[in-house]
Design a protein around this ligand. Sequence first.
Ligand SMILES: [Zn+2]
Length: 107
Amino acid sequence: MRLPVKFTTLGDEIAIEEREVDGLGCFDTATGAIAIHPAQHPVGKLITLVHEAMHVGESTLGFEIDHDYIEGAAFGVAAILIEAGAIEGLTSDDLRAFIREQQKGAE
Ligand SMILES: [Zn+2]
């Protein structure tokens, strides 16, 4: 993932950067900034980015998405993008390593 990045969605500029935050990431609706905590597995960073992008969608489109849905969908979308080879530098092996890491952490 190459950060920082800036893009515009329906008129709002969104800036994405890596920096230390509480939790894995956050979307600040006041500044339009997404922060991704740097101390996580690269697959985790992608999942966090997709997660926060869904919060951007909520803010931009003006409705709330169930947070459990966001959690599940962020993992699913990230996994599909990795498996499809759409994410430079991340492979199926990285995804499996991340899943094993999560399962060990849950034990
Ligand atoms: Zn969230």
